[in-house]
Structure formats: C-alpha cells, structure tokens
Design a protein around this ligand. Structure first.
Ligand code: GLU
Length: 469
C-alpha cells in the first residue's frame, strides 16, 4: 500500500512555524516511504479564511523546500462540501447519528453547570431532520478506542466518556471533525501526522472512520511548540509567522534544519546538519512527545552559522532582496542608482562574519551608498567628546597627505595621530567612525574607509568637524 500523508492547514492567519514543522515532518516521512504528500487547504471557515493567507502558505512552503508541483494538490476542502454532507447522511441513515434540537441551555438545565458535554437526551427520540436540528454521532456505550500513534504509543479512550458529538450543525453544514475525516478518507490518507493539539479530536475521528467502514489511518501527534515560558506559541504574543522570519533574513536551510530539531535530533552530538542527513535519519517514532521549545535566540545563532558557511558569492546573492527591497521586504534607505555592487562585493566578506540575519546587512553598509551617513545622535554624543575636534583636524590633515589610500596605511596613520594625543587606537577611531558611518559599531573601520574612498571620507570628516565648531 502506498503511503499517503497530508498537510492540512487552515488559511486563517499567517503561516505558523509549528505548522511548517509538521509540514516538513510529513514531507520527509512521505519521501522516506516512497509515498505521496498531499496538500489540502482547509478553507471551510468562510468567515476566517482569506485568499492571501492561502497564498502565504503556498509561498512559505515553497521557501522551505516543499515546492509547488512536487506534491499532490493543493486541494480545497470547500470543494468537497457535497461529500461531507453525504457522509453525514450515511451516518444518519445507518443509525450512527441522530438529530437533536437541544440548546445549550436545555442541556445545562438538565445536567447542571458543572457537567460538560451532551447528556444524550435526543438519542432515542427519533427526531426527523429539520431546521435548527444538529446531527450528533451516537458514540458507543462500551469499549474503548485505541489510537495507534507513532509518537505517543497507544493512547486509549473509554468510549463511554466520549459525548455524542455534533457532526453537522443546525443549518446542515458538517463540522471540521467530519469534513477532515471524509477528506482524509477520500484522499486515501494512510498516516495523519499533525500537531498534538488535535489529539483530543482523534478518538472521535477514529470512531467516524470506523462508522464509515474504513480502516483508520496511523496517527502521529507531534509535540506542541512553546515559548521560553512554556506557553504554547501564540500569534498574538509570539513571533510565529514563517514569513516574518523569511523577511527578516533567515535562510531557508537554517530554518528548516532548526524546525526539524523541535522534538528530534540527528545522530551524534550535532545539530547543524545537511538536509540530506535529516531526510535520511529522521524517524517519527524518535520524536519526543514533550512540548518543544522554540528558542528564537538559538535559531538566530544557528542562522549566523549558516550565513558564515555560505560561499561569499552566495552570500552576496542572498543579501540582494534587502539591498534592493523586493516583494514584502522594505526598500533600503538609499536610492536604487546609489547602490554600487562593486563596493558591496568589497565589504561583503567583512559583513558576512558579523550578521546573524540578512536584514542586518542594511545598517552595516548604508554608509557606502547614501550621499550622507545617517547619523545616530546617541552615537554622535558618545564619540564627539572633548578632544574630538582636535583629533578630526589631525586625521584630516594626515589622511590628505596619504599616498596610498589603503586600509593598512589608514590604520597606521590614525594610530600615529592617536598616539600623539595619548589615545589608543580604539579611542582614536570613535570620532572618525561616527563621522563617516554615523554609528559607533560596524564593519572594520579602515577597510570601510578604503572602500568608501578618499574624497567621500574626507568630505564626511570635514562635515563632522564643521558641526563641532
Ligand atoms: N486544519 C487543521 C488545522 O489547521 C488541521 C487538521 C489536521 O491536520 O487534521 O489545525
């Protein structure tokens, strides 16, 4: 039997990193089993769906390597409403479901506010279908439902504790639980790999599979993803959107490697490994069922390692969207015609070792492309103290006299200027750096001045000097 898995996101918001993790696990599992990955967009909640979120999911999946055209779908759940209704009808006709006209208040009046769930009042009333009548599944009174779960063993649920749950609302529309099962069934899904949050639905869904006469799939409920306070990652509180990480300049390879470490680790004492190793070594039954901590700091460090490992030419290419502003990435502060690719290529290796996310390239190199540097006033106040004017005067004279405008000569010159004033190089550099780049930190100063060139450097030093008068 061919393994068929599916990833079934609801397009009700930005694409969550936890979803991306589940998608990758499905993807790898399918590949290892020689199976098929199906993408199904669960868009039945018309009030909360938006087409741009579907597009966001598709493009974010593309980004992490689940590329359109290399999987089956996307299918849209809303296209199968007829099948969902037919399944509800079959369950009703087969006596596995019954109509119910109880309101929540009716139920509570009978059971008291403490008891949760439905009391089965309409089970044997034989109500006909009708407006406002919900269809409830008749759960078995006895026995237990054993879920075979590759991550969690065999969670077992006593049937008598499962209420007669609603499968179609009063307006006749089937609920998520049923639609999800019917689609999995008609798409021939053999393994359902999804987040732990759905585990409470699983015994109900498995009862539906049984009642519809099809062998249930094998399940794998992968751990919930939490923040540093062990709270489930939430889109209101945490940065959860895969697109946000992409636009900040995380590399897809770093991101997908990191996502796969949520609850699993490759062999040996290593975390950064080529994707091919993950594809080979990942095992669903090795996934740790405990909540997985999404550690943004660690991801950042990870990304820095990935950036440093790039060949310089690839790094230059990877920076391009932030240097030009493409798609959802904000344009840089300089005009397109101010950008100088040769100057960028000259400083790129220096920047590559210093940034953790690609968007950080912009503040590191903007001084090269802007007509005037963006002066950070706090940096200015810190660097332009007593003696700064005198130091700048001396630096201007000494730099003007330089025969060769190269980093080494610039360094030796400023070192000498500083020494005459009893200043170590670090102290002597500060006013020059702020005058030229606008900041107190950045790329190595003398290489920066070499690339910026004699005229522009001197112009900036003189402008700073004028401001100090
Ligand atoms: N559409 C559901 C969700 O986004 C997924 C259900 C499932 O994977 O079974 O949470």
């Amino acid at each position: 039997m061919t393994v068929r898995v599916r990833f079934a996101p609801s397009p009700t918001g930005m694409f969550h990193v936890g979803g991306a993790r589940s998608a990758l696990q499905n993807w790898i599992f399918a590949k290892q089993q020689g199976g098929v990955f199906v993408l199904r967009i669960e868009d039945t909640d018309a009030a909360r769906n938006r087409p741009e979120w579907t597009e966001g999911i598709l493009s974010a999946l593309d980004w992490i390597g689940i590329v359109r055209g290399s999987y089956e779908g996307p299918y849209f759940q809303s296209s199968y409403a007829g099948e969902h209704r037919a399944a509800a009808q079959r369950l009703y006709e087969g006596g596995r479901a019954y109509y119910c006209d109880c309101t929540r208040e009716d139920v509570q009046a009978r059971t008291g506010p403490q008891q949760r769930g439905y009391d089965g009042f309409c089970r044997d009333r034989g109500l006909e279908p009708g407006e406002g009548r919900a269809l409830r599944f008749r759960t078995p009174d006895e026995g237990e439902t054993v879920v075979v779960d590759l991550v969690r063993g065999e969670p077992t649920f006593e049937n008598k504790l499962i209420e007669d749950f609603v499968i179609a609302r009063g307006d006749g529309s089937p609920v998520f639980l049923l639609a999800n099962v019917v689609d999995d069934m008609s798409m021939g899904i053999t393994h359902v790999i999804r987040a732990e949050e759905h585990l409470p639905n699983t015994p109900k869904q498995q009862l539906l599979w049984d009642a519809l006469g099809v062998k249930p799939p094998v399940w794998a409920h992968v751990p919930v993803v939490v923040n540093e306070k062990r709270q489930k990652l939430s889109k209101r509180r945490d940065k959860v959107a895969l697109e946000a990480y992409r636009d900040e300049g995380y590399l897809a390879d770093a991101m997908r490697n990191y996502l796969m470490l949520l609850g699993w680790a490759p062999s040996g004492d290593r975390e950064i490994v080529p994707w091919s190793v993950i594809e080979e070594e990942f095992r669903l039954d090795e996934v740790n069922p405990s909540p997985a901590f999404f550690d943004e700091k660690k991801l950042r460090a990870f990304n820095g390692d990935y950036i440093r490992a790039l060949p310089v030419a690839d790094f230059v290419e990877a920076c391009r969207p932030w240097l030009t502003g493409t798609g959802t990435i904000a344009p840089p502060p300089w005009q397109p015609d101010e950008f100088d690719p040769a100057a960028f290529a000259a400083v790129a290796p220096l920047a590559q070792t210093r940034i953790a996310v690609l968007s950080e390239i912009v503040p590191n190199v903007d001084f090269l492309f802007l007509a005037d540097p963006l002066i950070d006033e706090a940096a200015w106040a810190k660097a332009m103290k007593e003696g700064a004017a005198d130091l700048l005067d001396a630096a201007i004279v000494a730099f003007e006299a330089l025969e060769s405008w190269d980093a080494e000569s610039l360094k030796a010159t400023l070192e000498a200027v500083g020494a005459e004033r009893g200043l170590k190089l670090g102290k002597a550099q500060a006013p020059v750096r702020v005058a030229v780049t606008g900041r107190t930190v950045g790329l190595p100063l003398f290489e920066s001045l070499e690339v910026l060139g004699r005229d522009r450097t001197l112009t900036r030093l003189r402008a700073a000097r004028v401001r100090l008068v």
